[in-house]
Write a protein that binds this ligand. Sequence first.
Ligand code: AKG
Ligand code: FE2
Length: 355
Amino acid sequence: MIRTIDLSAFAFKDRNDPATTQGQSDRLAAARSLVDACHSLGFVKITGHGLSDGEVDEAFGWLKRLFDLPTEEKMKAPHPPGPMPHRGYSGIGREKVYHLDDVKKLETETGGNGNVSDELRKISDFKESYEIGSEHDDQQQNIWLPDDVLDGFRTYFSALYERLDEVADMILDAIGVGLGLDEEAHAALMALHSNRHCQLRLLHYPAIEKDMSDSVFARLPAHNDWGTFTLLFQDSNGGLELMDPKTKEFIHATPEKGALVLNIGDMLQRFTNDYFISALHRVSVPGPDVIRDKGVPARYSIPYFIGPKPSHTIASLPQFVTADSPAKYEPVRFDEYGALISKYQYADGEKEKEN
Ligand SMILES: O=C(O)CCC(=O)C(=O)O
Ligand SMILES: [Fe+2]
């Protein structure tokens, strides 16, 4: 079962004054539970994060309006070829999500000559997405729909980015408190979050109709997120599954009103030298029998990916490297790591390079 941790002691400082003894002990208890949950599974549900149900419902209202637009309207903000900049709209099946191990295997099998990208796309992802970053990102500019297509879209989502960024900062701070880090280590932890380099992703997995039971497609294959951690809001239809690292079984993240799902990403795994494990997760498609019987409803989700600035080098914190747990990772630059992982995300980028 996925644990649910209430972080209101951190989110509502006015109600839980950190200067008081009660405020201090409430914060410490919540932070320790959070760390404990991240340590044992690598994912957790969080309530009391500061976003009201109304705010979350409003965000999903925007997603519905966005993805209900005709394709030619959505294509007025097209994601460019290649993985960077990772911004704008990607139509159904365009972006491919995969596990790095699958890529390594295919690269070995083909001796680097075969078309890994085509192989990965034999089963395409039945989803469409829209990627948004900070308006102050110095490396990737946002690609917005013109205002006459969806009035207020840009204003709304650039504000939501900033709002989620505050939540991310609060959660990272809580993790530091829960880990009992000293000032220097806490600062190193907080550097795993750059306000200008996070990513807000809007996702729509269309309904799978009964008559589609003969087609083979994925929604989102099992993968790890490569940043620090990810916060995810999902609609009431569910579908997200995360792997328990001990039993290797996938656990369904049952939707819970008011709760977001946090999953640890590769950078926090490396920073903690495996004290936190990056959570393998997926959105699966039920078998043909289920589809034939009743189909699968559409799913909307909003992940927010937290990461450091691209040039930041992530090294394991010395206190996590011990005789019992020797160093497992070389320091790595975040942008170099990301480039390795996202290489085949957009087939057109690879083709462009070949030509
Ligand atoms: O839609 C979901 O629930 C999962 C999204 C996700 O894992 C991703 O975009 O990396
Ligand atoms: Fe993910």
